[in-house]
Design a protein around this ligand. Structure first.
Ligand code: ADP
Ligand code: MG
Ligand code: MG
Length: 661
């Protein structure tokens, strides 16, 4: 999870007093790196996934499932191989926000060979196995997006007790010990977000109204020790949560790509942006919060609200006095501007004009300057005393401090100093799935999409107001079956004329675009499989695969993955969210009052663990689904690749048809 500086965290007051210092030097550091690296080119495609796991402890006698706060010792063990063999470890492990989470990535990023797609699932299996070996027999490493009873009574092992008037979060439900204790960053962020905001964060998610759900649904929060602050923040008919852990304690699946140069990275950042809501809806996996069925299927707005550190002034509730900007979004939200075309960046972009001017005067172009000046409207929310003074020629910690706490749908990552890593783009919206098969499928699908975009020079850009509107639709219950999404009609035109306000409004309302016939409303099924002249994402991927050299096993694996995406898109298979919802609603102990009791939680998670182990449920996964994933590339193929690479290092790479180098 982003930058992990070691040291002694400053109080919020002290951090705040250094905010301008961090921003000023962060910008200098960015400029220094940019000047060194802007012309860096001929980097190859590298990519990798990140999967976040939860450690779940089952008590089969009492039929409970709890979160095991065991990540610290487990992580110490998991990281041993990397520590002993820094250049050769099959998996890489990092801490995450909660004491029940660990994050695993492949030991090395994958490269440009098609055969690399066949390694992903195998590496994911290995990761899960590495964790599992360290757990007790009744514990299980689960890739759950949201633990259903997070924040309910004794939901942790060992039992923890929240401290509503003390500590980092002041939560009524989530004790500070549930935050990962091995690094001060997570506690500090939690405290500073609350202090900066001037009150606890307030997360409200619409409750799913079942026939026995009280109406209006209003909880008595005094039973949890509320002094009135929470009762005021909780909305009727919503599930209320009050700390960072409810959001950052969710798990996700992220994918990072290295582009061949900065231009290609900016292009990918833009082109993948309209796919964010689509992939969020396709991966929807989290319908339950704090033990209640919600009316949403995804975690996004929960995390967004869980780290919303904006003050009343910044949220527009009071006139600006102490703060500089009214800010329209949380630090965890969708992006506000494209990086390579401006016409469709039609939403309010709040940015720091002084920083923008400084960047422009140093030769940064308008769009990139605006993007960075937008990220830098935020304060640093953690700072370590040892890190205040840095060498701006060599270090980038101040830049990374602000960059890594702008948790947006897409992240544009400049190359780190002193490394051979190039310009990268991170795709961040997807929810993590129960099985390695699914997580590999979503990852591979997305990487293939980047190849399709670059190879066929496709244009997915729609106005950002429509992307945001799509995202709101993607959150909703059964978005795949019920919602339509604004999508580009013709992917082959790259003209992006300024767009009239009315056209955007019409598009959002599902009417035909008045200005030009650029956009249309499509279901996820149509986006994936095609409609009228528009061929659909899977047929485009199929075409790409037909054009590439690919071994039989990898081809078979990819076909299995595409089948999963296809069946989820068409509604033939359920999303994890739909499946979870149906499981709860048909459970004998569910009383149709939106409450997910302990026994249902236990049965649900036991079922999830079985699915993860390969006992696929035919409503969720193709029963025959079996990839040919492997933990290595056949030696003969490796030999050919090495031979061709000697002559031309970019030979055989999947980006070969891209002209933008
Ligand atoms: P974050 O910024 O989210 O902390 P990391 O930089 O730690 O993410 O890694 C995210 C993913 O990027 C991992 O899967 C890793 O394998 C992959 N990765 C590492 N190096 C590169 C690279 N040069 N290009 C693309 N991906 C890379
Ligand atoms: Mg993470
Ligand atoms: Mg990441």
């Amino acid at each position: 999870m982003g930058l992990l500086s070691e040291g002694s965290p400053l109080s919020w007051e002290d951090t705040k007093s250094h905010a301008d210092h961090v921003r000023t030097h962060g910008i200098i550091q960015f400029l220094n790196q940019f000047k060194k690296l802007r012309d860096r080119t001929k980097d190859v495609l590298y990519w990798g996934d990140e999967v976040e796991y939860m450690l779940v402890k089952f008590d089969h006698k009492n039929r409970t499932a709890k979160l095991s706060l065991n990540a610290l010792p487990v992580l110490d063990e998991l990281q041993k191989t990397e520590k002993e063999h820094p250049d050769n470890h099959p998996t890489t492990w990092r801490p995450e926000y909660a004491a029940y989470m660990v994050e695993g990535t492949p030991g090395k990023p994958y490269g440009g060979m098609m055969a690399h797609f066949n390694l992903v699932e195998s590496n994911m299996k290995l990761r899960r196995e590495e964790i599992r070996k360290l757990l007790a027999a009744d514990e299980y490493p689960m890739s759950l997006t949201a633990f259903p009873r997070l924040g309910c009574g004794n939901f942790t092992d060992p039992i923890t007790k929240p401290t509503p008037t003390d500590g980092a979060s002041h939560s009524l439900f989530y004790a500070d010990q549930v935050i990962f204790q091995g690094h001060p960053r997570f506690r500090t962020l939690t405290r500073n977000i609350r202090q900066r905001r001037g009150q606890k964060v307030a997360i409200n998610v619409p409750i799913f109204k079942d026939k026995n759900t009280p109406s209006p649904f209003i909880e008595d929060l005094s039973q949890y020790g509320d002094n009135g602050e929470s009762a005021k923040a909780a909305k009727p008919d919503h599930i209320y949560m009050d700390c960072m852990g409810f959001g950052m304690g969710c798990s996700c699946l992220q994918v990072t790509f290295q582009a061949c140069n900065i231009t290609e990275a900016r292009k990918l950042y833009d082109q993948l942006t309209p796919l964010c809501p689509i992939m969020l809806a396709l991966s929807a996996a989290s319908p339950i919060y704090r033990g209640y069925l919600s009316d949403l299927d995804t975690r996004w707005t929960v995390i967004s609200q869980s780290v919303d550190d904006r003050t009343d002034e910044e949220r527009g509730l009071k006139p600006l006095k102490e703060n500089k900007f009214v800010i329209n979004k949380s630090r965890y939200d969708s992006i506000d501007s494209y990086l390579s075309c401006s016409a469709y960046s039609n939403i309010k972009l709040v940015y720091d004009k002084d920083i923008f001017e400084k960047l422009k005067s140093e030769g940064i172009d308008d769009l990139l300057a605006r993007h960075i000046a937008h990220l830098f409207i935020r304060d640093p929310i953690s700072l370590f005393s040892e890190k205040i003074n840095q060498n701006d020629e060599e270090d980038t910690d101040h830049f990374e401090n602000i960059q890594s706490t702008n948790w947006q749908t897409m992240r544009f990552k400049p190359p780190p100093p002193h490394s051979n890593i190039g310009w990268r783009v991170e795709f961040r919206p997807m929810e993590v799935q129960l099985t390695d098969f699914e997580n590999a499928a979503y990852t591979v699908f997305l990487v293939l999409m980047t190849r399709v975009i670059l190879t066929f020079e496709l244009n997915f850009i729609i106005p950002l107001s429509n992307v945001d509107d799509n995202l709101r639709r993607a959150f909703k219950r059964d978005a795949i079956r019920e919602e339509k999404f604004c999508f580009r009609k013709d992917l082959l035109t790259d003209d992006s004329p300024p767009i009239a306000e009315q056209c955007v409004i019409d598009c959002c309302e599902g009417k035909t675009c008045t200005q030009q016939d650029h956009f249309t409303q499509m279901s996820i099924d149509e986006i994936i499989h095609g409609k009228d002249d528009y061929p659909g994402l899977i047929p485009l991927i199929d075409k790409y695969i037909d054009m590439t050299e690919i071994d039989v096993d990898t081809r078979c694996t990819i076909q299995q993955y595409l089948k999963l995406i296809s069946d989820r898109a068409s509604g033939k298979l359920k999303t994890t969210a739909q499946w979870t919802r149906d499981f709860v609603m048909s459970h004998a102990d569910y009383k149709h009052d939106s409450v997910v009791p302990e026994s249902v939680n236990y049965d649900l998670l036991m079922k999830c663990a079985q699915i993860t182990d390969g006992n696929f449920d035919p409503e969720l996964l193709p029963v025959s689904a079996k990839s040919k994933t492997s933990d290595n590339i056949p030696p003969a193929m490796r030999k050919v690749d090495a031979y061709l690479n000697k002559k031309n290092p970019r030979n055989g790479e999947m980006t070969m048809l891209n002209n933008s180098t």
